[in-house]
Design a protein around this ligand. Sequence first.
Ligand SMILES: Cc1ncc(COP(=O)(O)O)c(C=O)c1O
Length: 418
Amino acid sequence: MVRLSRFGEKITAEAGIVTLMEDLGDALRVNPDMIFMGGGNPAAIPAVEIALHAALQGALEDPLLRQQMLGVYQPPQGEAGLLDDLASLLSREYGWPLTRDNIALANGSQSAFFVLFNLFGGEAGDAGGTRHIQLPLAPEYLGYADLGLAPNLFRAARPSIEMLPDRLFKYRVNFDQLQIDESTGALCLSRPTNPTGNVLTDDEMARLDQLARAQEVPLIVDGAYGLPFPNIVFEAVRPHWNDNTILVLSLSKLGLPGARTGLVIARPEIIQAFTRANTVLNLASGNFGPAIARQLLANGQLLGLSREVVQPFYRMRMEQALNIFQRHLEGLPCFIHKPEGAIFLWLWFKGLPIPCQQLYETLKERGVLVVPGHHFFLGLEDEWAHSHECIRVTYCQDPARIEQGAKILAEEVRKLYA
Ligand SMILES: Cc1ncc(COP(=O)(O)O)c(C=O)c1O
């Protein structure tokens, strides 16, 4: 028997993300031919793979870089040269007044969120009471759900749903539902949003920024799919940063999930707090991702690949997938969230006669893996039938496989509404 602490019990308890990842892994082992539309791996894009390989090779072939990459811990905040290069890139591109003091590295953005959520949420250090992390809307990234050391760390507001032509819809922040007060520790949102592909508008961002400032709490923006890299955004929106914003970026969706590299961009006092906590937890961040990033920065490929290769690739895949699903789901009460970014389609089956978890099981038996939507509705206090009517599919796969998957999905859903 393993006698766990309360923390041990909490972090090993049935977490949505763990169950789901295990289930997806098992399903693939049992049937390697599964049509895999679950999970969040980026697509293998040949031009990106070649560039990343060359960047790694470049770092390995230079004796000094190789020694720095393999044989030393980098400073807690990250190697100064890389921080300088990133700060000047972002200042040049967006006019953000950044220096190396505004940036810290992390071992993947997931671990950065663990630190940030627990720096700002939980038992309050000063005035007593507890503070929560407010999600301006749910559905949101399910990977946040179990990161809080304190119970019930998240609160989310139910969004409004705007119906659009062509059986599309869009979630909008419902500012009437959004409660921000002294129990709020920070606001957090992913832009583009995993799972929906929503990109909050510039106007929504400006209002959230104002609300956060008024309460003197930071606005955390998760740019794992966003601007400036990997730039999987299909709408003309402005990147958002100011001294009350904590922008969290990642190299994963550019094609480097194996490097486990995240970046935090915030005002210096927040970066110092983050760096101290990250040093306690990790000592230093890994060197592989930063070494590759430095090469890509030096030859302009970090933004170049994002804009010229990654974004057009996913836009093409998105358009193909949207067309495929709309064709197969014709005549069904199925609505698709307007895909404005990221690598997913979010399907809403209005009045679905069974919970989406059951639909997920049925599809798995038929060799199609999707992600049931209810996992993404974290932080909502009241039951919402809508949360059991949605599924997420990735469109990283080859369109021929997506076509097969959509056909099977449509067959199963049609039976339900018959
Ligand atoms: C919205 C979002 N944020 C953060 C992450 C974590 O990414 P990583 O830890 O690889 O940087 C993911 C991963 O899928 C994600 O989808």
